[in-house]
Design a protein around this ligand. Structure first.
Ligand SMILES: [Zn+2]
Length: 304
């Protein structure tokens, strides 16, 4: 039976060229100037999915950027894995902080990557990861080792809030029906540490306006008598966490699933150096809700 590593070594140059082709497309979803590149990226992924072994591939238009869908159903009785990924990238600005052009991928060795790593916008969020899962299908179909049905749903608006994904999902429930969702938008602890991400944080943000008196006030005449909005605002922000950094918003933890002991133990086994972590950030220690390890704070506990 062909092993994945042998297949990777045999096809490495082609894999890199194909990934580079993907990385060269500036699929920036936040800037409409890149609209054509976004469309071209969706087209390229559709082609790659077909080449990898998907039997049916469709580019679904949305009110925003298209969603690329592909599937390989080998036996409806078998479980189905749905792979989620995104092909859009963050803007590359400020360009002058880049050592190399953001859309000209290169392999460089650095202190952090002594064996070399690909540098390009989107290389590790999320084109690299998504491409890896496309190539996993290629490997399994080419070597006749695919053990289940696979569906791919690759969107182009993740970096701008996935506005149209929810609509697409609710309108295509039968198409997307699956047993397991594999999120192809995470990381690995290290090259030699296979990692399974079991939880991801969502994000909620809001804008709060605090208003004060009807005009700018002289501090000598009004100071101390009239509240300054900035003082009120800082009090509000500070009151959102207690001394143990636990979030004080009523109901905040209501739907939060507590980690089980087994999960905590498994996370504790993940290799992690607090010292290296602090050193890399030039900080003296870590912050966050008391009672959690840094591994847990880094990735899964609710935060504010
Ligand atoms: Zn991402």
């Amino acid at each position: 039976m062909t092993q994945p590593i042998d297949y990777i070594n045999a096809h490495k140059d082609r894999f890199l060229n194909e990934l580079f082709e993907l990385l060269k497309l500036p699929s920036v979803s936040a800037d409409s100037a890149f609209k054509n590149d976004v469309i071209a990226t969706a087209d390229l992924i559709a082609k790659q999915l077909e080449k990898a072994g998907c039997e049916s591939v469709t580019i679904y238009p949305t009110a925003g950027n298209p969603i690329v869908y592909g599937e390989k159903i080998i036996n409806p009785e078998l479980p189905t894995v749905l792979v989620y990924g995104h092909y859009d990238v963050q803007p590359a600005d400020p360009i002058d902080l880049w050592d190399s052009a953001p859309f000209q991928p290169i392999i460089k060795k650095t202190d952090l990557h002594p064996d070399g790593a690909i540098f390009a916008r989107g290389a590790c969020d999320d084109k690299g990861q998504m491409y890896m899962h496309v190539k996993a299908l290629e490997f399994m179909t080419q070597t006749d080792q695919l053990p289940c049905n696979v569906k791919y749903m690759i969107e182009g608006e993740e970096e701008v809030g996935s506005k149209n994904l929810g609509i697409f999902v609710s309108e295509n429930k039968a198409l997307l029906a699956n047993d397991i969702i594999l999120i192809s938008d995470t990381g690995m602890i290290a090259n030699d540490v296979p990692s399974i991400t079991t939880g991801l944080r969502g994000l909620s943000y809001m804008e709060v306006a605090v208003t004060g008196p009807n005009r700018d006030l002289h501090s000598g005449l009004y100071g101390g008598a009239v509240a300054n909005p900035i003082n009120i605002l800082t009090k509000m922000i500070a009151s959102l966490q207690d001394e143990d950094n636990k979030i004080t918003i009523p109901g905040f933890y209501d739907d939060v699933q507590e980690l089980s002991e087994a999960e905590r133990e498994a996370m504790a086994q993940a290799p992690f150096s607090l010292e290296a972590y602090c050193q890399a950030l030039d900080i003296e220690g870590v912050y966050g809700e008391k009672g959690y390890t840094t591994n847990e704070r880094n990735s899964i506990i609710p935060t504010f």
